[in-house]
Design a binder for this molecule. Structure first.
Ligand SMILES: [Zn+2]
Length: 472
């Protein structure tokens, strides 16, 4: 039998605000445990929440960019459950009236080409605290710094058909959220987490199979690997004639562990949050946000191809972050031909950035000046590549730097011809062997002249001169 895999994803992304969703506490990462708490985010009796406008704005921005219908009125609701890291006994979330519903995300699937994945909803909610099991032996510590951190939860339809598609979806979504400055999506610091559900059904069957869930994954590799494992185990179960149990797993420890079975599934008893009024979003505000959305990765990619003649693979690399695309466009704007600019950005610039925590260290105008020196044959391409990282640690203009390091290419005819003649005269044996037909010795003479000039001779001109001299 052929099996079809059906996957849906829930992504929790931390909105890039300075303070929490319902209080003024800082959202900064890495502070001492419980340094950023107050009566509101601890849920002490009598403390009243006030909604953070910036968090709502960022949620609206994400929703608009993902094609959602943003509701003018939405409601916060209490999701009730007991857990040590949730002192209030409930989490403020949104339930039957979320901020936004029905969006879509275009992804590139290796199997199916371009596909549109339906998005069910986007809602706002607060994060819970954190239980620390490794801080004291045989004890659990609680850190409430994360309690009240603003999150947007983005839920997809069960439209994904393979673990690889799930990964493509996540990569695309993350890139868009980063373009929007909605979140930096740092997974190492817990600002993007993924829950996934998966079922299999025989191909052609309409009804969905029994769904299993995996909670709280913090790397795309883990998502893909865990889903792959779940898919194979479900297929095995069905082929053995057994039934799939609707279990929920945790991937936290690196292996899948059952968290709860259906019998223990939660009834959260949602009800509207009595301490917060309905969330109203003005039409003007919505229009303002819609009009200020940046160009998104897909559109940018297409434009780079059209405007600068960059091949589509290269355009994809250049558009991988907005900063890199901006850099490329500034370089091209400084008079560097599109393909040359792409070559430099994908080569030296990216390499230097990777070695320096992603920082683009050399201003595009300075790189443009260096590239123009290659065009004017003041330095060879090879020398220019060597000079590039030097530009990051000096304020000197590329020309001044090249002069100081004595690498300006020499095209003075008298000087070049003197070097060429000296080399030929001091190597009579090689000269006669060359004249007897050993043409590969051309490289030998070329190397000698370049060495004599300490790399400064214009290689094109040297080659012409050698051909003339040796041909006599
Ligand atoms: Zn607080």
């Amino acid at each position: 039998m052929t099996w079809e895999t059906v996957i849906g994803l829930e992504v929790h992304v931390q909105l890039a605000t300075r303070s929490k969703l319902f209080c003024d506490c800082s959202t900064v990462f890495g502070d001492d445990p419980n340094a950023n708490v107050c009566p509101v985010c601890l849920g002490l009796p009598g403390a009243l929440p006030v909604t953070n406008r910036e968090a709502v704005r960022l949620g609206v921005r994400a929703a608009l960019a993902l094609g959602f219908a943003v509701h003018r009125t939405s409601l916060f609701a209490r999701k009730n459950y007991f857990y040590p890291d949730l002192p209030k006994g409930y989490q403020i979330s949104q339930f039957d009236q979320p901020l936004a519903s029905r969006g879509a995300l275009e992804i590139e699937s290796a199997d199916r080409g371009d596909v549109s994945i339906g998005l069910t909803r986007l809602h706002l909610e607060e994060d819970a605290g954190k239980s620390l099991h490794d801080r004291f032996p045989d004890q659990t510590a609680l850190d409430f710094n994360r309690s009240g951190i603003p999150l947007a939860e983005i839920v997809s339809d069960p439209d994904l058909r393979s673990p690889a598609e799930a990964r493509a979806y996540l990569t695309t979504l993350k890139q868009i959220l980063q373009y929007l400055d909605v979140s930096d999506c740092s997974m190492e610091e817990g600002r993007l987490r993924v829950d996934a559900n998966l079922s299999v059904r025989s191909e052609g069957q309409e009804a969905l199979g029994v769904k299993q869930e995996i909670k709280n994954m913090n790397s795309f590799a883990t998502v893909e690997r865990s889903l792959d494992y779940l898919r194979l185990s479900q297929i095995q179960t069905l082929e053995d004639g057994a039934t799939v149990e609707p279990n929920t797993f945790s991937a936290a420890t690196g292996t899948l562990r059952v968290m709860r079975t259906k019998e223990a599934s939660h009834d959260y008893r949602y009800f509207p949050e009595p301490d917060l009024p309905p969330l109203e979003i003005g039409r003007d505000w919505l229009d303002e946000e819609r009009n200020s959305l940046p160009e998104l990765p897909r559109a940018l990619c297409a434009r780079l191809g059209e405007q600068y003649g960059v091949p589509s693979y290269d355009a994809g690399v250049l558009a991988s972050t907005r900063a890199l695309a901006d850099y490329f466009e500034q370089l091209a704007g400084a008079g560097v031909d599109g393909r040359t600019a792409a070559h430099w950005v994908m080569g030296s610039v990216l390499q230097d950035a990777n070695e320096n925590k992603g920082v683009l260290r050399v201003a595009p105008t300075r790189l443009a000046a260096l590239i123009h020196m290659v065009g004017n044959r003041q330095v060879s391409l090879q020398t220019a590549k060597r000079l590039f990282p030097e530009l990051a640690v000096t304020d000197e203009a590329p020309e001044t730097l090249a002069a100081r390091l004595e690498v300006i290419q020499i095209d003075d005819e008298d000087q070049l011809s003197e070097w060429v003649r000296t080399v030929i005269e001091t190597h009579p044996d090689e000269l006669s062997r060359f004249r007897e037909g050993e043409s590969k010795l051309m490289d030998f003479f070329m190397g000698r002249v370049m060495k004599t000039s300490r790399g400064k001779a214009d290689p094109k001109r040297v080659q012409q001169m050698l051909l003339e001299e040796l041909g006599r």
